[in-house]
Design a protein around this ligand. Structure first.
Ligand code: PLP
Length: 472
């Protein structure tokens, strides 16, 4: 592509993106397409000869756009609504322009040294202790996988050399509300699903530490080695907070690795008024927090903070001849800290975002989201027709429609399932669900950069209006 063509198409695409974002509210949040519909519109064989960009952009509009679920839409209030800000999007452009691969320091010193620096900034923003080293991975699932691999290596059982066959059974403990990525990490690391013990939760969906203690003692008496406890600050279904301080006391006493999954809620540690949820975090061995979830950094960007980073390095470092350099003794080579060799220049995104908004700007936006979500929770609490099903520590509200005269739980589940389907079918709002104690639960999340109070007000009006039209 010539420079002139690059500039001309580049301008068109920047305009395209700006226009898309400016008009984001004109799109239905969820696309109205059937499975296979997009694929059927695409040629099943690649073009033999070159195509001009006009026709690529035209297909972007005609084929791809109609099948997009608009995560950037302020009425996307499902899952953990994740949005990309302007500076983050532009940083991705520069990252692809450099196309640097940061597998080792030499393959892009700026990539390594900016990542080191920006993760020190991020640690300082969150107020985490100095002895935590930050590392960037793509997702929280992969960050947690590496943390749990470090926990396994920390046992010093020679697994790296001999594998798992000659060692006693290992156990990881997490609450029954921990994210499924923890189960997947155990599958990947050879612990199997049987290597996890799910600890029951209390009425607020927080891990019961007495049950954790009991499980650990029982395992020890059966010759099973307690390897790791995963506590969650901001569980996926309800955003409940496990008692990290109490859990950390148990872990310290029993010499067990403590990993804290704060993939969604970790960013709130930048707010003094939210510090209460992070009590004991200084005693964790590792913590994951995802700037791509609630810090307006385009997906993907997850940060693992780890104290014994040398243990992680011991688990993964393997230096073939062709990757040795003269600087190895003085520098950090990121390939040493995980399964991947190649590494995108992700740090640019966080660097651009932090500098563009400033820490105060980020704090203000997150504080506003929490405020708006709490307003929504208040409307739910005041309404005679709705019921909140979990506390709202952050910006996620769990609720259901509950007309006074209906007591049957099965009917309530059916009504709420129908309600969320009707809401999502309007294209005006996208909500997701979970089940809590058998109750179909609707979740509304406020964490997108374009979300304002008016969106949540409209959402409540829509939910309330549709609930009145449900026949039962
Ligand atoms: N941990 C928690 C608490 C989550 O809520 C999620 C996803 O929502 C994850 C981990 C997995 O995140 P990722 O998609 O970055 O792997």
């Amino acid at each position: 592509m010539s420079k002139d063509e690059f500039i001309s198409v580049g301008k068109k695409l920047i305009n395209w993106s700006a226009h898309y974002l400016e008009n984001i509210e004109s799109f239905p949040v969820l696309p109205n397409v059937k499975p296979g519909e997009i694929k059927n519109k695409l040629p099943q064989s690649p073009p033999e000869s070159a195509e001009d960009f006009e026709s690529i952009i035209s297909d972007l509009d005609k084929i791809i756009l109609p099948g997009i679920t608009h995560w950037q839409h302020p009425n996307f209030m499902a899952y953990f609504a994740s949005t990309a800000s302007g500076p983050g999007i532009l940083a991705d452009l520069i990252s692809s322009t450099f196309n640097s691969n940061g597998m080792i320091w030499k393959t892009s010193p700026s990539l390594t040294e900016l990542e080191q620096t920006v993760l020190i900034w991020y640690r300082k923003i969150l107020g985490f202790p100095e002895n935590f080293k930050g590392l960037v991975y793509d997702t929280a699932s992969v960050s947690s996988l590496h943390a749990i691999a470090a926990a396994r290596e920390n046992l010093n059982l020679g697994i790296r050399e001999k594998g798992m066959s000659s060692i006693p059974k290992l156990r990881l403990y997490c609450s029954e509300h921990a994210h499924s990525s923890i189960d997947k990490a155990c599958l990947t690391l050879g612990l199997g699903l049987d290597g996890i013990k799910k600890i029951p939760v209390n009425e607020n969906f927080e891990m019961i530490t007495e049950e954790l203690e009991k499980a650990i003692q029982e395992d020890k008496s059966n010759g099973i080695i307690p390897m790791c406890v995963v506590a969650t600050i901001g569980t996926t279904s309800t955003t409940s907070v496990d008692p990290v301080d109490k859990i950390s006391e148990i872990c310290q006493r029993e010499n067990i690795w403590l990993h804290v999954d704060a993939a969604y809620a970790g960013v709130t540690s930048m707010l003094p008024e939210m510090k209460k949820y992070f009590s004991g975090i200084e005693n964790a061995d590792s913590i994951v927090s995802n700037p791509h979830k609630w810090l307006f950094v385009p997906i993907d960007f997850s940060v693992l903070f780890i104290r014994k980073h040398e243990v992680l390095k011991k688990a993964f470092s393997l230096v073939p001849e062709y990757l040795k350099t003269n600087e190895d003794s003085e520098v950090e080579n990121y390939m040493d800290y995980g399964i991947q060799l190649g590494r995108r220049f992700r740090a640019l995104k966080l660097w651009f975002v932090i500098r563009y908004f400033g820490v105060e700007g980020l704090r203000e936006r997150i504080r506003e989201h929490i405020k708006i979500a709490h307003q929504f929770a208040e409307w739910i609490d005041k309404s005679e027709s709705f019921e909140r099903l979990a506390p709202t520590p952050f910006s996620t509200v769990c609720f259901r429609y509950k007309p006074k005269h209906i007591k049957d739980e099965n009917i309530l589940n059916q009504i709420n399932e129908e309600l969320i389907n009707e809401i999502n079918n309007t294209g005006k709002l996208f909500l997701s669900h979970t089940k809590l104690n058998g109750k179909f639960t609707i979740r509304l999340v406020v964490s997108g950069i374009r979300q304002e109070e008016r969106h949540v007000k409209e959402a409540f009006k829509l939910i309330d209006g549709i609930s009145k039209q449900i026949n039962y």
